[in-house]
Design a protein around this ligand. Structure first.
Ligand code: BGC
Length: 529
């Protein structure tokens, strides 16, 4: 069955995408930068996608696991006795029970390590390929799991988290690229968001595991941290089976092998058109000798500013305060350990289902409407949570009533829902579709590292901010939501259905603000030595 062309390497297809989602048969066609190619979704592609998915699962699992583990008494007694004492001290400040820099470091150091690793990973990825980068990621993951699950002192635990962070840095660089290069071109957008879906599934699985292991004494936390070994091993074994992507092979001058692999993954004899288009894309990309330099030119300003801002805003929605510390937060408002962990499972479920909604809606409704609607939803949820905590949760003394605490969980769910169908996936999708090919990889590296940096900041600061600002922390995040709403309204043009090669003419040159940056700079993009 033939489909209308769809833009390459990006997540949108505009009206064309209606076909994509109703696709009843296996034979599909896709496009390069606007031509059609024949191909099938082969079993081989499906296997590759499943294996790569373990990279996303691993990332999500690491995001979600730390909150539950850091709220377990056995873990606190062993590594953070001071926090354990504080937590059980009747007169202790409700908001400050978990305020401890080392406890936060347990969560946040992973992202700092990922930030550093992502610079190395981007080089390894282009020089040695996606497959090897994923293999290295899985080895880091396995070492990290062994050190954390087998931890006997805090140093070992922190080192383990750092190794996990290296794994995240390598996997986050290679897996999204691998997925979009292996997918038939007209399914790239869907697969791009699928990576986010795997992350949310990983978070949910970790919430569920914590819910069960919290009552396994004294080593429940070891089971929680150790189970991360399953996706890590699957990724390790699986990445031996998968092939390198045709684009990576061609980029590294293994042109004939690239053609063979393309034939194998598309399942048809004639892959000439797609092959030629990859060759053409690689040649174009090679002409830009220094993509980072090109990124600094005015013509790249809109893409760069938007990608960086989306990542900062994504983190300043406060989402990771919930993803990392939901069990701690729910205990703060008065739930017992089990109820707090169960509530985290519920928010995890909402996260997964709302991401599925996004996959369905994003190419129909467009990006702007989703982002703006979510700002309203997140703002209202945060302000009401802030008001309830401000009025009812005093620094010392009683917690919230059961009804109030349940209402807070519902509001956290509406907040997560808004995030998960907008800023979550779109924070990654938009940067992947607005850069032209020659600056896409470098631009995406900026997006990944900005994300890791701000994830680190939130991970390291949230519990202290909660202690200092108390209920005000929710008003703080709500204020950011207004800023990001204004940014979206004024500075983020709609990119739904715009082919990559028409982006400059159709989007940037038409925009009231960004058009002033569209001055051609004829100086060559060569390195000045
Ligand atoms: C964000 C993560 C976040 C996750 C929640 C991702 O898009 O980058 O920081 O934890 O969404 O689902």
């Amino acid at each position: 069955m033939l489909f209308r062309p769809h833009q390459a390497g990006a997540g949108s297809g505009g009206d064309d995408n209606d076909d994509e989602w109703k696709m009843p048969a296996v034979v599909v066609s896709g496009s390069g930068e606007n031509q059609e190619f024949e191909g099938r979704i082969t079993v081989y592609v499906i296997v590759c996608v499943i294996i790569a998915a373990f990279g996303g699962l691993m990332f999500g699992y690491d995001i979600g696991i730390s909150g539950g583990v850091t709220s377990m008494d056995d873990f606190l007694k062993k590594f953070f006795p001071a926090v354990f004492e504080k937590k059980h001290h009747a007169l202790e400040n409700n908001y400050c029970k978990y305020d401890n820099q080392f406890l936060q470091l347990f969560t946040s150091c992973l992202y700092l390590a990922a930030l550093i690793a992502s610079f190395v990973a981007s080089k390894v990825c282009s020089k040695y390929g996606r497959k090897l980068t994923m293999q290295i990621a899985s080895i880091f993951f396995i070492i990290g799991v062994i050190l954390t699950a087998g931890g006997i002192n805090i140093e070992m635990i922190i080192f383990g988290r750092i190794f996990l962070g290296f794994g995240v840095g390598f996997a986050n660089q290679a897996v999204p690229l691998f997925l979009s290069e292996i997918a038939p071109p007209n399914l790239r957008g869907a697969l791009n968001i699928s990576f986010q879906l795997f992350i949310t599934i990983g978070i949910l699985v970790s919430n569920l595991i914590n819910y069960f292991t919290t009552n396994v004494h004294p080593h429940g936390w070891r089971i929680s941290l150790g189970i991360a070994g399953v996706p890590a091993l699957m990724l390790c074994l699986g990445s031996i089976l998968i092939c390198e992507t045709p684009t990576s092979l061609i980029e590294r001058h293994k042109v004939e092998e690239g053609r063979k692999v393309l034939g194998k993954i598309r399942g048809v004899e004639n892959v000439d058109d797609e092959f030629d288009s990859i060759i053409h894309a690689c040649e174009m990309a090679k002409q830009v000798k220094d993509p980072f330099r090109k990124l600094m030119k005015p013509v790249s300003r809109p893409q760069l500013v938007i990608s960086i801002c989306l990542q900062i805003f994504q983190q300043f929605t406060g989402i990771n305060a919930i993803m990392f510390y939901a069990p701690v937060l729910f205990q703060t408002v008065g739930f017992g350990n089990d109820a707090a962990l169960l509530s985290s499972v519920i928010t995890g479920l909402v996260n997964v289902f709302s991401t599925v909604v996004s996959i369905y809606v994003v190419d129909r409704a467009g990006r702007r409407i989703l982002l703006l609607e979510a700002c309203v939803q997140m703002f209202i949820s945060q302000v009401i949570i802030g008001i309830i905590l401000f009025k009812e949760l005093k620094t010392t003394g009683d917690n919230l009533s059961k009804g109030e605490a349940i209402f807070v969980v519902i509001l956290v769910c509406t907040f997560v829902m808004g995030f998960a169908w907008s800023w979550g996936p779109l924070g990654w999708l938009i940067p992947s579709e607005i850069f032209p090919l020659e600056t896409r990889s470098a631009g995406f590296a900026f997006a990944v590292s900005t994300n890791m940096l701000f994830t680190f900041i939130i991970g390291q600061a949230f519990l202290s901010m909660l202690c200092q600002m108390q209920a005000g922390i929710f008003f703080f995040f709500a204020a950011w939501v207004i800023i990001m709403g204004a940014f979206t309204w004024f500075l983020l043009p709609e990119t739904k259905g715009v082919p990559v090669d028409a982006m400059v003419d159709k989007v940037w040159k038409q925009h009231w603000f960004w058009r002033s940056f569209m001055i051609e700079d004829d100086r060559p993009d060569v390195k000045v030595v």
